[in-house]
Design a protein around this ligand. Sequence first.
Ligand SMILES: [Zn+2]
Length: 204
Amino acid sequence: MSEDQMKLHWAPRVPRHKIRRLYENDASGIVDEELLDEVAYGLYARCQSILTVTEASEGRVRCPQCEQLIVRRDRGDKQEVVRCPACSWQITWGEYFKSYQHKQLHGGGAVDAFRAFVEQFPQARTSRAKMLLIDRLIHAVHWEMTQRPTRPAAVNLIEGTMQMVERLLEELAYGEQSTPGTQETRADWQRKMVVSRDIWSRGE
Ligand SMILES: [Zn+2]
């Protein structure tokens, strides 16, 4: 790996057990700020990586050294040298592509949900506000993923297969102490999932 390639850092997906524990705490009225921030900042970094990779795949590469936007000339050419006009950083598109390949970093149809989280999270001051944003994000993204059954590997935020993530969301803990709004998000998500399963099973 070249030095310029090493400047590309992509955030990993968030482990399922952390999401599970976060909801167990929330359902019991326990606020574990450390865990909440760990999950929230983990998702934030992951969303930023996804948005950066999605943009790059569409021809707009963000320089990892100085943030300058570099527009690629030819989208298909792996030999093309992507060079930052503002600093010395450069890489071939092939090397850049390899840095994110097989890491489920393409935002697909859920780009709006990732973008909303990145925009809104810095303004979230209370633990409830953070919890609500996390809750909305993971349900929205999973929902978008299920709308594209041709890309089953595209589970972007949480570790595991699509089935594992779906089971995790089904089994999340809720209770009287849960952050207001989370149970509504879940009910809405379940309703949409049932409709979508019906449509797929009818083969429409
Ligand atoms: Zn640069």
